[in-house]
Design a protein around this ligand. Structure first.
Ligand code: SAM
Ligand code: SF4
Length: 334
């Protein structure tokens, strides 16, 4: 059935700078089966109660609204999205209701292999799997859990299923920076992308500080390993992408901490309790769950979202200056 369009004609998702926001990252949960040191403390984070989680029905309603406003891409993330029961059914429902929406998933890979058929059936064509070390002992030190082999098995399963694959690596000095060439070598014979990410200060407080490595340092490590060709990218691409000489796949460097891509950022985030963030570095803003539960109709919701976008920060540095408190990437929906 075609949903009637209830948002005002001509309404869209744009901010004061004219940036169009057509990409939503939805954290379906703040819970996680790992405890990555750069993301949260060993004891975990204060969790949102089940009653306060955005329900999947509420999330679907908001996706419909955003789709009417021009959303093109939806990433399901978390926390670990595959630990929330119902995530697969939700993705299937979204895939059916919005077939033109690009549906993506970011996962730590622990539970991915067993759920892959359902994920493919939902219409997901590309998956991001986080893997910060190729060495099981280092990986367990970083995540404070076991399960490296399960993540590797998931990565193989994604490749065998023919899905697009990006491997997210947060690069930390003295911990895994020596593995940059090893990760880059994964692109030699496989058409996958390894994305090296600067560590950002979103460890939920009490995480273990990591020696900071900048995008330029990561680039230098890659350049020492191989000749690099810069690839043309879409204007809204956060990664600078390269191909190594003679390699099939690609590598990307994401300057999440130095923030060199804010001028074209097209991302919105919805956290597990339904609060909209117009910038990764900003505070949780508009409480869409509260509006939904108060009976707001699509026109009210669209007006509230547009008002929120009207005071979107110019960039992540301005947003950070206006925000206090250190939260975990797991609650933001990284
Ligand atoms: N649990 C899933 C996972 O790890 O892929 C999805 C959520 S996780 C918050 C999404 C991405 O954020 C992961 O690739 C993770 O490595 C990254 N991330 C988490 N904390 C980060 C931090 N402090 N700095 C940079 N990236 C971070
Ligand atoms: Fe969990 Fe992902 Fe955070 Fe690691 S980065 S603790 S897997 S939410």
């Amino acid at each position: 059935m075609i949903r009637p369009r209830l948002v005002p004609q001509g309404a869209s998702l744009a901010d004061r700078q004219g940036r169009r926001l057509d990409y939503l990252r939805l954290a379906v949960t703040d819970r996680c089966n790992l405890r990555c040191r750069y993301c949260m403390p060993a004891k975990g984070i204060d969790l949102v109660s089940h009653a306060d989680l955005l329900s999947f029905e509420e999330a679907e309603r908001l996706i419909g609204l955003f789709a009417d406003l021009g959303l093109r891409k939806l990433r399901v993330t978390g926390g670990e999205p595959l630990v929330r029961s119902g995530t697969l059914g939700f993705m299937a429902a979204v895939g059916r209701a919005y077939p033109s929406l690009e549906l993506l998933l970011t996962t730590n890979g622990l539970l991915l292999e067993r759920h892959l058929p359902a994920i493919v059936a939902a219409g997901v064509k590309r998956v991001n799997v986080s893997l910060d070390s190729l060495d099981p002992a280092t990986w367990s030190r970083l995540t404070r859990r076991d399960g490296h082999a399960a993540v590797l098995a998931s990565i193989r399963a994604v490749q065998e299923a023919g899905l697009g694959l990006k491997i997210n690596v947060v690069v930390m000095g003295g911990i895994n920076d020596h593995e940059v060439p090893g990760f880059a070598a994964l692109t030699r014979d496989s058409d996958l992308e390894v994305r090296f990410i600067e560590a950002m200060a979103f460890d939920g407080g009490g995480g273990v500080p990591t020696a900071h490595l900048r995008a330029t340092d990561i680039h230098a490590r890659l350049a020492a390993y191989s000749d690099l060709t810069l690839l043309p990218g879409r204007p809204t691409e956060v990664a600078r992408r390269f191909r190594l000489a003679g390699h099939t796949g690609t590598v990307g460097i994401i300057a999440g901490h130095t923030r060199t891509f804010c001028g074209t950022c097209n991302r919105l985030r919805l956290d597990a309790q339904g609060r909209l963030r117009t910038c990764l570095y900003g505070a949780a803003g508009l409480d869409l769950r509260a509006l939904l539960r108060a009976g707001a109709d699509d026109a009210d919701l669209a007006a509230a979202v547009q008002a929120e976008l009207a005071h979107r920060h110019t960039d992540g540095h301005a947003a950070e200056r206006a925000t206090n408190g250190k939260c975990s990437m797991a609650s933001i929906g990284g």
